[in-house]
Write a new protein. Structure first.
Length: 380
């Protein structure tokens, strides 16, 4: 095999972007596309001259594909993904990998059972800055971390939420900003800085006519006593993209995609305990960090899965790591609704009961006019 044959399930929005991207990756060949909307699948299959299906099982059972990209709304990610795994296909799931941690766990169990390669479209992990940040902290360059911070705010209009009936509904999306826009930063934040053990959150819907939250804030408590704060929103413009990790030996900040790394001349506690200068604070130096020039974006993750299948290249996003952002997404939603702290790892069954209750309150307006306009940031 010198090319991996890909099928894509769900090509109305992001999946159509992936169909374009695959055409530029030499290790990949697009062989089939599937969508429950016959008009959508006709258009994309004709554009790329590939076979079309309206039932994902038929695509997977056809034997045409070695790997499948699942780009449906989130509830279908585990359903389609696990069906494909059972049939021996490698899977690239769009983010988030599922709606609940329990269904994310089920996917990981299926990966262990079938042994198929499984990755998630967390393309931000491929960036040189994020790779460098993760490495610095993993190598202990910050020492023990005592504070973290994530702000990821931006804007989505009412027209965006109206563009497909599933958006912002409990029944068909399973959350708002936390489950749609925040998964990328939440994945990076937990990949670089680890997971907290307790979450106390407040969620709100500030400006949009939709069922779920467009803003969430949380205080995070870590096992080692460290504290963290996070804020995510689709109600703010201009947006902010900020991640900060403060440790005994320095501070690492990623703001708007740029990395700033400061190292203390003497670790904080040691300085505190030894200085006789009542107004002194430790000297700090900005350290230039070498940033690797790497392929980024969706193409990097698709190519990486193909190379994993062809040559055993390590996955940039091993599927099991996708559970961490699910823990954060579900914990913040649940704590916000209960108005009290929740423990991480989250009680899976409690969250299942919660989401089933929320689904009962959910009204999906199928008469809404669908707009299929792929995010211009993802159109090549
Ligand atoms: N990684 C990224 O940068 C990125 C960007 C945008 C969206 N996404 C993710 O992609 C997924 C899809 O989002 P979107 O904005 O493209 O949504 P969308 O509504 O525009 O497209 C989803 C498509 O899936 C189809 N579909 C629904 N159920 C199906 C099924 N059972 N079988 C086959 N097709 C089915 C729909 O008809 C629709 O055409 C979401 O999970 C979202 O979080 C990821």
């Amino acid at each position: 095999m010198d090319k991996v044959r890909f099928g894509i399930v769900g090509v109305g929005g992001m999946g159509s972007g992936h169909a374009n991207t695959i055409q530029n990756i030499e290790e990949c060949e697009l062989v089939a596309v599937c969508d429950i909307d016959p008009e959508v699948v006709k258009q994309i299959s004709e554009k790329h001259n590939v076979k079309s299906f309206t039932d994902y099982k038929e695509l997977i059972d056809s034997g045409m594909a070695d790997a499948v990209i699942v780009a449906t709304p989130h509830y279908y990610h585990p359903i389609v993904g696990m069906y494909a795994m059972d049939k021996g296909l490698a899977v690239l799931s769009e983010k988030p990998m599922a709606v609940t941690v329990k269904s994310a766990d089920a996917m990981i169990e299926k990966v262990k059972e079938t042994g198929v390669p499984f990755t998630i479209m967390y393309q931000s992990r491929a960036s040189g800055v994020n790779q460098a940040a993760r490495k610095l902290i993993a190598e202990g360059k910050l020492g023990e971390i005592y504070r973290t911070c994530l702000i990821s705010s931006g804007f989505r209009s009412q027209a965006y939420y109206n563009s497909a009936p599933w958006r912002g509904t409990w029944k068909e999306e399973g959350g708002g900003v936390l489950i749609n826009q925040a998964p990328h930063p939440l994945d990076l934040f937990s990949w670089i800085g680890g997971l907290p053990s307790k979450v106390t959150a407040r969620t709100a819907n500030r400006r949009h006519e939709m069922e779920c939250e467009d803003e969430a804030s949380a205080m995070l408590e870590y096992e080692n006593g460290a504290i963290g704060f996070l804020h995510v929103s689709t109600s703010e413009s201009p947006g902010t993209s900020l991640m900060e990790f403060c440790g005994e030996k320095g501070k690492l900040t990623i703001r708007g995609g740029s990395l700033d790394f400061r190292v203390l001349e003497m670790p904080l506690q040691e300085f505190n305990d030894t200085t006789e200068n009542m107004w002194g604070s430790p000297k700090c130096e900005k350290v230039e960090v070498e940033i690797e020039d790497r392929e980024t974006g969706h193409g990097a993750i698709i190519r990486n899965l193909a190379r994993n299948i062809l040559h055993g290249e390590p996955l940039i996003v091993p599927g099991e790591e996708g559970v961490n952002s699910m823990e954060l997404i579900n914990s913040v939603i649940l704590s916000g609704h209960k108005g009290e702290p929740v423990d991480v790892p989250l009680d899976r069954d409690e969250y299942e009961r919660f989401i089933e209750e929320m689904k009962k309150t959910s009204k999906v307006d199928k008469s809404a006019k669908v707009q299929r306009v792929t995010d211009p940031n993802h159109v090549k």
